[in-house]
Design a protein around this ligand. Sequence first.
Ligand SMILES: [Zn+2]
Ligand SMILES: [Zn+2]
Length: 129
Amino acid sequence: MLDSKQNPLSCMFNVKKMISPLSDEVKMSKEFICSSCNFKTKYHYFGKKPPFVKSFMMMEEAYIMKDPFSSEGGIIPLGSHCTICGKSVCLSQECSIFYTRRFCVHCVKENISEFPPEIQTEVVKKKNK
Ligand SMILES: [Zn+2]
Ligand SMILES: [Zn+2]
């Protein structure tokens, strides 16, 4: 039950307790947000070599989430940073392309002539969708 007569100071105290930096919830609250589609989820690791998977190396630095449905320490790569604009983008084909490095679709379109024909047709296909 909420007590509306509660004094403001005790309210503040309660909030501070809730966001204590020692709680697990706060540790887990690192969030990945795709700047293109706004897909948002929690992630566990950012980098090339997730510590919870043995002998595994990503092609690029990526936001990685532990696969909750895998018992063998599977992972789900969520996204990475665009090489040009540095924004975080998810790995969906709608949002980014991997061509030696990660590029967001926006930057690919802006620099389309720098990319090989197969990437160009990929992006043109997206445009006409
Ligand atoms: Zn996205
Ligand atoms: Zn970009």
